[in-house]
Design a protein around this ligand. Structure first.
Ligand SMILES: O=C(O)CCC(=O)C(=O)O
Length: 280
């Protein structure tokens, strides 16, 4: 496995992100979509607490950008497969307004250990080669999820830096974001602010997207199977999906686990016994 080319590495460090087209084969994409649909249609609603996954920016202390502090179903999901609903799919009295598989905002946060198809595209030689290119010494994989962006109700993800929520000292997070369906301006794709990876990483929610950096936003248009590598310090966001097309994506994150990097004990996601998944 060859990892990133010098040109790809240069782009990643210059812009804070890198798009690699056709990273997943069509067979892999199909297998991940089939698995996603299977999980969405078979999870048990009777035992579900109907946790919503609100994406508003009114809670500065929220983990993973979202107001989930104190929400046990969320906070204990780091090594499980759990299902978080779109707020607009649940009435005030807790009733779903649409079939459950069309109401889920995301599935998280350990697909990379608990789902064989997701594990196969996560913990493998290709990921290890990229980690080596990025000079990780002891890369650890964590916080994997499928983000569904359902038609008409898929909530916006406010501007953030991933390192703020998976904080290590010094910062080390890198996001791996895989388009499972075509993602473009019509269906709430990723919006990047290139060059902002040089900005300060604080353990807080970033409220204002426009003030940092000189560069304009870049709205990504990527085909299913593309991988977007996201520097942990680069500002990015996605809009609400007001369109009729869903935009399923799979993402996991990598942090440095070697001596000299301290994983913050205030991060929402804490390692279970055995620690976060080793890549090599
Ligand atoms: O998929 C999205 O809409 C947002 C994903 C994102 O911002 C992240 O994974 O950090």
């Amino acid at each position: 496995m060859s990892g990133l080319t010098p040109t790809q590495l240069a782009t990643f460090h210059e812009k804070g992100y890198l798009v690699i087209e056709d990273y997943l084969t069509p067979t892999e994409v199909t297998s991940l979509l089939n698995e996603t649909h299977h999980l969405l249609s078979t999870f048990d609603l009777d035992t579900h607490p109907l946790t919503q996954f609100t994406t508003g920016d009114d809670d500065t202390s929220s983990p993973d950008n979202k107001p989930h502090v104190g929400d046990d179903y969320f906070l204990t999901s780091g090594d499980k497969l759990r299902f978080f609903f779109e707020p607009d799919a649940i009435t005030q009295d807790g009733t779903l307004t649409r079939p459950k598989q069309e109401a889920v905002n995301k599935i998280g946060h350990s697909l990379h250990t608990l789902s064989p198809p997701f594990k196969a595209v996560s913990l493998n030689a290709r990921t290890a080669a990229i980690a080596r290119s990025l000079r990780f010494q002891d890369p650890r994989l964590l916080q994997s999820m499928v983000i569904c962006k359902q038609p008409r109700i898929g909530g916006a993800v406010p501007p953030h830096r991933d390192s703020e929520f998976l904080y290590t000292d010094p910062p080390s997070a890198v996001g791996f974001w895989f388009a499972l369906q075509d993602a473009g301006p019509g269906n709430a794709t990723l919006v990047m602010r290139p060059g902002t990876q040089g900005g300060r990483v604080e353990r807080r929610f970033v409220r204002v997207f426009g003030k940092e950096g000189e560069t304009e936003e870049e709205v990504l248009s990527v085909k299913a199977g593309s991988l977007v590598l996201i520097h942990g310090n680069v500002l990015h966001r996605s809009e609400r999906n007001a369109g009729e097309r869903s935009r399923f994506a799979y993402t996991f994150h990598m942090i440095e686990g070697a001596d000299g990097w301290v994983y913050d004990e205030r991060n929402w996601l804490q390692p279970s016994e055995g620690g976060f998944s080793r890549v090599y």
